[in-house]
Each structure stands twice: as structure tokens, then as C-alpha cells.
Design a protein around this ligand. Structure first.
Ligand SMILES: NC(=O)C1=CN([C@@H]2O[C@H](COP(=O)(O)OP(=O)(O)OC[C@H]3O[C@@H](n4cnc5c(N)ncnc54)[C@H](OP(=O)(O)O)[C@@H]3O)[C@@H](O)[C@H]2O)[C@@H](O)CC1
Ligand SMILES: Nc1ncnc2c1ncn2[C@@H]1O[C@H](COP(=O)(O)OP(=O)(O)O)[C@@H](O)[C@H]1O
Ligand SMILES: [K+]
Length: 505
């Protein structure tokens, strides 16, 4: 799914009106029908409904929904906010239709003072104050109303956007003046802010309603952000020829583990093996020899000369991919070995965990990273890497995009919707995965998967996209059998075969 900017959403609206062609009032009617159907799916006609409509087209949608719910025997009270005596054309038209239909039990147009109605736990609030046309944080009477709704026990369904939430950047928004919906019914496409962790509290459950906006515009318009889906990835999956052998299926080198953190090396190595690499070599401190041999008999071991930490870079010309960082520790010796390793490695590299932390501790090294490098930070690791804590997830995403462009590499910012920032400034959000994966070691598994895919011959962008998709899908498949609470990182590895099977079938 493409993610359009607020300006593009407006263009899409106009393009549809012009090219379908359809009158804008009829398009609003179509949207309102879809919204009404979705509300009726969830709440019976015994639910008292209070509709708050703003002066723009979001308010127009809300007024049309109010009329349709009333026609379907709901008790509906409507408050239209027209404090500047200026309604959008379609909002005004829907006001007329509503008044003419005489179906709603109560209609007030607020031009000055407003006494809010009582909102009980049984009430359903339809929030149609502002949608994608919002251009500044809410203040004054609107802010008070939002706070009144938020502190009430009523259930809230937001039309298109929770009112007050911006489509993209909410860094400087006034957070208490944004509606906290129980259900958001967004029209046609998800908006960028809906992919960000710090905006989830406003959305509640999110449903996307197809209102048949121009498929031509949707297909032909360039965007910089998209959400990847299974259909995008299936064509990328490589199939094995019958006559291949382990020597042609790629050789990955994993440099991971230190004293007390052999588990990270084990998880990354197992995940790498399960991702199709022909051979996997693990370079790890001597002390890990016994445990690695037992835990991952399929891997070749290469012992560091040190007992407990990574101390020196190794020859890498025989490898097709390098993963470095999981459980590596952050000693100064290891840091020097890390940068030495990165400098002498010719194949694609993925850096994770302590590898990233050590780069963060040596900012000058950031300039020495090879083109095409892949970094897989979680938000804290990312903040350390760029040296500042971001005050919003939008800001962090923007910095990740800038870093990917600056390094001409790949920054895979992990989260519920992991975001891959590419060297050309494009961002791909992942759509698989679940909160059961919020457990130690899940990230090591992702690193191993990406390394395996790189070794197998996928280019960096595909390895990252397919890797994060398979990682999340394996987690989703595991959760079906095991539940979220008990899921551990090893389960993700155990369900990787099923995830591959699903994409291959
Ligand atoms: N996209 C589509 O394809 C379709 C879209 N549809 C619907 O249209 C919605 C977008 O409608 P929209 O463009 O009229 O904007 P909307 O959100 O109603 O707000 C604009 C009004 O709010 C005002 N205003 C802004 N910020 C403010 C603030 N902080 N505080 C106070 N006022 C503020 C602004 O005034 P201004 O500042 O510009 O004078 C203007 O009056 C969209 O979300 C969806 O529901 C569907 O009907 C059909 C298909
Ligand atoms: N709530 C969640 N929803 C979806 N994916 C999640 C969630 N929590 C964690 N994950 C995934 O699990 C992995 C966690 O990585 P990370 O924090 O580096 O873990 P660790 O350092 O313990 O290995 C990431 O790939 C992330 O996308
Ligand atoms: K709204």
C-alpha cells in the first residue's frame, strides 16, 4: 500500500472527482456509506450516537453519516461547529440534507458558545471534527471539546483521522488535544502517522475503508513511503534449482557472541542457517567453542584467539555476507576489531546490536562505512548512533532516512512496523510481526535472517525487505500455536520454515 502525503490525498480526491468522473458531493456520499456500514457492523441501533462535525469535508462526512445512521433507526444528536461562519461546500450541502431529512433527534449548529452534551459509557461519539485537512494543532474551543471527549467514558469512532492528529509530523503537536479513538475508519489509504508508534494511542483499532478513489492515480503516483505486503514479496522469492550444492547457495560469516552472550551468536547463526545459506561460519571467542558446537552443529566454528571477546578482524574474501554485532560486547579491543573488519570486508555487511553501539561510541568511524551497509537498530540504538534522542517517532524516522541517504546504505529501524530506509530516500514499512516478539533475542534472529538472505544472493534491499517480512511472519505463525506471552526468539526461528513455505507456495 502506498502512503500518500496530505497534499497527495487532496490531489487524489480531486483527480477522482475529475476523472471518474464523480461529483464531490457524491464521493462524500460514497465515503459516508462506507463509514456508516462500518459503524453499523460494530454498534447496534440501540446505541445513542453523538456526532461532532467540523466545518470542512471531514465534518461533511460526519453529517452524512449522522443522516444515514438516523435513517437506520439510530438515536442521533448532531453538533456542527461553524464558529467562523464558513463551511466547505459539501459540508454545507450535507447540513441542508440533514435538516431536510428531519431524522436526527437533535441538531445544533454552534457559532459561539457550546454546552457539551452528557457522554455516558453507552454513548458512541462520531468524531468528524477534522481529518486530513488539519493544518495546525487544535486550540481554544476545539481543544476543550477534544479533552472533554477524551475524559468521557464514551466510545469514540474517528472519521478518517482522530481529530487533531496530523497526517505526517506530530512532533510539535499538542498531544492532549488529539482525539483518542477506540476505532479509526480511515479512507482509502493509511497515513504516515498511522505507522508510527507514538501515534498509536490516538488510533485505537484501525480499519481502512475502500471508497474506490482513482486506481489510476493510486497506481501512477510516485510516493516515498509504502507498506509492503505479501504480494510485493512473493515475486522476489528465489527458488532452488535441482543441481545446486552448498557451495553455490552462499556462505555467510557471523561475528557474534562474547563471554555470557553466546546466545546471541547461537540465535543469529540458527536463523541464518534457516534462511537458506549453503554454509555458515561463526567467528566467536574461544570460550564459546563447546556451546556453539552443541547448539549449532551445522555451523563451522572459527575461534577468536581471545577467550571472552572479539579481538581481531578476520579474512573475509571467501564469504558472500557478513553479519556482525549480536552479543559482541563493547570493549575497546572489540571496537577496533569491528572497524578493522568493516574496512577489509568486500561482501555485503549487516551491523546490529553491539556493533551499532560501538559505532555510536566512535562517531568518526561512521564516515568510513562502505556503501550499501545495512544497519538494524532498535530505536534506542538508533538514537545512540545519531547522538540525539528524538522527541517523536516522525523525527527519528526522518533522521533514519537522512542517515541512509548520507551513508548510501540501509537503515532498518525496528519496531512494530519496522521501517527500512533506503539510500534513495524511500521508506518501506513492514506489515508482519506482533508484540509476542518483544522478547530478548528477536533482533539477533532478524540479523541472522538478513545475513542468510544476503549470502543466498539477494541484493541488500530485497534481503532487508524479505528478511523483515519473514521474521514477522514467522512470529505471527508462531503466535497462532503458542500465544504471545510464551513466545521466545527461538520460536521465531522454528517457524521460519513455515514462513518460507507460505511465500513459496
Ligand atoms: N481525501 C479524500 O479522498 C476524501 C476526503 N473526504 C473527507 O474530507 C476530509 C478532508 O477534508 P478537508 O480537506 O475539507 O479538511 P478537514 O479535515 O475537514 O479540515 C479542514 C477545515 O478545518 C479547518 N482547520 C484546519 N486545521 C484547523 C485547526 N487546527 N483549528 C481550526 N480549524 C482548522 C480548515 O480551515 P482553514 O484553516 O483552512 O481556514 C478547514 O475549514 C477527509 O479527512 C475526509 O474525511 C471524503 O469526504 C471524500 C474523499
Ligand atoms: N510489538 C512488536 N511488534 C512487532 N514486532 C516487534 C515488536 N516488538 C519487537 N518486535 C520485533 O522484534 C525485534 C526486536 O529486536 P531487538 O530490540 O533488537 O531485540 P534484541 O536486541 O533482544 O535481539 C525487531 O525485529 C522488532 O521489529
Ligand atoms: K476526524
Amino acid at each position: 500500500m502506498k502512503i500518500f502525503t496530505a497534499a497527495q490525498i487532496h490531489e487524489l480526491d480531486n483527480y477522482t472527482i475529475e476523472h471518474e468522473p464523480v461529483k464531490s458531493i457524491d464521493l462524500m456520499e460514497r465515503a459516508a456509506k462506507a463509514l456508516t456500514r462500518a459503524i453499523m457492523d460494530e454498534w447496534t441501533d440501540r446505541t445513542p450516537v453523538v456526532v461532532f462535525a467540523g466545518p470542512g469535508n471531514n465534518g461533511g462526512d460526519a453529517l452524512a453519516v449522522a443522516r444515514m445512521l438516523a435513517e437506520n433507526h439510530y438515536q442521533v444528536s448532531v453538533y456542527l461547529f461553524n464558529i467562523h461562519d464558513k463551511l466547505s461546500e459539501d459540508c454545507a450541502a450535507n447540513k441542508e440534507r440533514l435538516v431536510y431529512a428531519k431524522k436526527v433527534s437533535h441538531f445544533t449548529e454552534i457559532t459561539l458558545n457550546f454546552d457539551p452534551p452528557e457522554l455516558t459509557p453507552e454513548t458512541l461519539v462520531v468524531d468528524g471534527l477534522f481529518g486530513s485537512g488539519i493544518n495546525k494543532p487544535l486550540s481554544g474551543g476545539f481543544a476543550s471539546l477534544v479533552r472533554y471527549i477524551n475524559q468521557s467514558p464514551a466510545k469514540v469512532v474517528s472519521i478518517d483521522m482522530p481529530s487533531g492528529l496530523m497526517c505526517e509530523d506530530n512532533t510539535y503537536n499538542v498531544r492532549q488535544n488529539i482525539i483518542r479513538a477506540d476505532l479509526t475508519l480511515t479512507l482509502q489509504q493509511k497515513k504516515l502517522s498511522m505507522m508510527l508508534t507514538d501515534c498509536q494511542q490516538y488510533l485505537g483499532r484501525l480499519r481502512v475503508l475502500d471508497i474506490r478513489l482513482s486506481p489510476d492515480y493510486i497506481r501512477d503516483t510516485e510516493v516515498s513511503c509504502r507498506i509492503q505486503e505479501e504480494t510485493d514479496l512473493i515475486p522476489c522469492v528465489r527458488h532452488r534449482g535441482d543441481f545446486v550444492h552448498k557451495g553455490t547457495m552462499g556462505h555467510a560469516l557471523i561475528i557474534a557472541g562474547s563471554y555470557g552472550m553466546s546466545g546471541a551468536a547461537i540465535l543469529a547463526t540458527r536463523a541464518c542457517l534457516r534462511s537458506g545459506a549453503g554454509k555458515v561460519t561463526v567467528h566467536t571467542p574461544k570460550r564459546n567453542y563447546g556451546i556453539m558446537q552443541v547448539a549449532v552443529p551445522e555451523a563451522v566454528l572459527q575461534m577468536d584467539r581471545e577467550e571472552t571477546y572479539f579481538s581481531d578482524s578476520v579474512e573475509s574474501q571467501d564469504y558472500d555476507a557478513l553479519a556482525i554485532g549480536p552479543g559482541l560486547g563493547q570493549s575497546e579491543n572489540s571496537a577496533i576489531a569491528l572497524i578493522g573488519q568493516i574496512r577489509r570486508t568486500q561482501c555485503p555487511i549487516v551491523v546490529d546490536a553491539d556493533g551499532l553501539n560501538m559505532l555510536a561510541n566512535h562517531q568518526a568511524w561512521m564516515q568510513q562505512l562502505p556503501l550499501g551497509i545495512i544497519m538494524t537498530p532498535h530505536p534506542k540504538e538508533f538514537d545512540r548512533l545519531v547522538g540525539v534522542t528524538s522527541s517523536s517517532d516522525y523525527e527519528r524516522l526522518t533522521k533514519a532516512r537522512q542517515l541512509a541517504e548520507h551513508l548510501q546504505g540501509y537503515v532498518l529501524l525496528k519496531g512494530h512496523y519496522s521501517a527500512l530506509c533506503k539510500p534513495d530516500g524511500h521508506i518501506v514499512f513492514n506489515s508482519t510481526g506482533n508484540s509476542g516478539m518483544a522478547t530478548a533475542g528477536s533482533g539477533d534472529v532478524l540479523t541472522g535472517i538478513i545475513a542468510g538472505l544476503l549470502a543466498r544472493g539477494y541484493d541488500q534491499a530485497t534481503a532487508c525487505q524479505l528478511g523483515m517480512y519473514l521474521h514477522g511472519l514467522a512470529g505471527d505463525l508462531a503466535v497462532r500455536d503458542l500465544g504471545k506471552e510464551s513466545l521466545i526468539a527461538s520460536d521465531i526461528i522454528n517457524y521460519l520454515p513455515k514462513a518460507f513455505l507460505r511465500l513459496e507456495d
